[in-house]
Design a protein around this ligand. Structure first.
Ligand code: ADP
Length: 353
């Protein structure tokens, strides 16, 4: 420990008898030099910490140094102060260890700061838990009337088949479904927060999930062209099919939303290093290099991007893929387009070391 003017320096014999006591020690412990010289060091050691002295002396006898040992010591007025001590053997010219020299530093301020930090952290955690609880409750409350609304609209759609109002009902259903998806995302976020986003894994053919996801989006965006290319015959993975479809539809929806002047979205399925890799390529706005990682954070949205959104989609994708033992990442060229890829471990294949 390098000393400064506030460090107290005390030396003692191997039996613990105090031999020297500097002015800083006087200040820190409240005893004058004359009051302590010749007395036993246990004077400043709290009774429940006396064993520490036995340990320190055993180290000193063995010629070893004890560094940055954090403990508490007693002042004359009975106050406990947290200190950090470094104790070194005092060795004569003949190499005999005759005592110990101790440098002690008051670490009250640091401990206080640590306590404040941990208190702040606790407060923040409570706030975040409450916020999460609120999002969960609010989403549930919103979901119930929305489900009824969706049901009524479906009935209306059937009873109005062929009528002029048909396309308006269709639009209303589309908006209700959008809202339902947003609420589902919010509910998923609360599940992630409480560690309750459970995956129900089953062996499936990944190609089928990809095709189903594309079909869904083709239906929602009939003016877009979704192409699917793969050389792979069959790709067996053990996944929660619904969740993986959710990841894919999220990526496909983003590919459409963030490509205002292109209607082509390409999907690829490959196998690399015993992982299945699904890629979604668009010819849209692209993402700057320094944002390629942060876009996967919770609530992150790029300010200059059009349209509504909560910045939850990619965060959820990342969580879901990771829960499957996979990885998700993006590559992009600004104004040219982006490729989002996610990997999933193939079934019955040991990962490469
Ligand atoms: P949201 O789309 O609701 O904002 P996401 O988590 O899905 O939330 O996406 C986060 C941000 O990443 C988006 O706001 C957008 O700026 C950017 N982004 C996502 N996908 C693409 C894409 N295919 N092309 C360009 N930017 C994208």
């Amino acid at each position: 420990m390098c000393t400064n003017s506030h460090d107290c320096i005390i030396s003692k014999t191997l039996d613990g008898v105090i031999m020297s006591w500097n002015p800083s020690a006087e200040k820190m412990f409240g005893y004058n030099e004359s009051e302590v010289i010749g007395k036993h060091i246990s004077l400043i050691i709290p009774p429940d910490r006396l064993e520490e002295e036995t340990f320190i002396i055993s180290q000193i006898r063995a010629g070893k140094k004890v560094e940055h040992f954090e403990t508490e010591r007693l002042t004359k007025s009975g106050k406990l102060i947290p200190i950090s001590v470094t104790v070194s053997p005092v060795i004569t010219e003949d190499g005999e260890i005759i005592g110990a020299s101790k440098i002690a530093r008051d670490i009250s301020e640091r401990i206080l700061l640590q306590q404040e930090k941990s208190h702040l952290y606790d407060q923040l955690k409570t706030l975040s838990d409450r916020q999460n609880e609120f999002i969960g409750l609010a989403s549930h409350e919103l979901k119930t009337p929305l489900t009824s609304l969706n049901g009524y609209l479906q009935i209306l759609e059937k009873t109005n088949e062929g009528q002029n109002s048909g396309h308006i009902i269709n639009k209303a259903i589309h908006q209700v479904q959008k809202l339902a998806r947003l609420i589902d995302d919010l509910l998923d976020i609360t599940k992630i927060h409480t560690g309750k986003l459970a995956m129900s894994l089953k062996p499936v053919e990944l190609k089928e999930i990809v095709k189903a996801g594309i079909e869904l989006l083709q239906h929602a965006y009939p003016d877009h062209v979704f192409t699917f290319k793969t050389d792979i015959e069959a790709v067996r993975v053990e996944v929660d099919a619904q969740r993986i479809e959710q990841v894919l539809t999220n990526l496909l929806t983003n590919a459409v939303r963030y490509s205002p002047s292109s209607n082509l979205v390409e999907i690829f399925l490959d196998v690399d290093h015993k992982q299945a890799i699904v890629s979604v390529r668009d010819q849209g706005l692209g993402i700057p290099e320094d944002k390629l990682e942060i876009i996967f954070s919770r609530f992150y949205r790029m300010e200059d991007r059009p349209g509504p959104g909560l910045g939850l989609g990619l965060f959820l994708c990342n969580e879901i893929v990771q829960l499957h033992g996979g990885r998700i990442w993006a590559e992009s060229t600004l104004s040219k387009g982006s490729i989002f890829r996610f990997s999933l471990p193939l079934m019955n294949v040991q990962p490469e070391l």
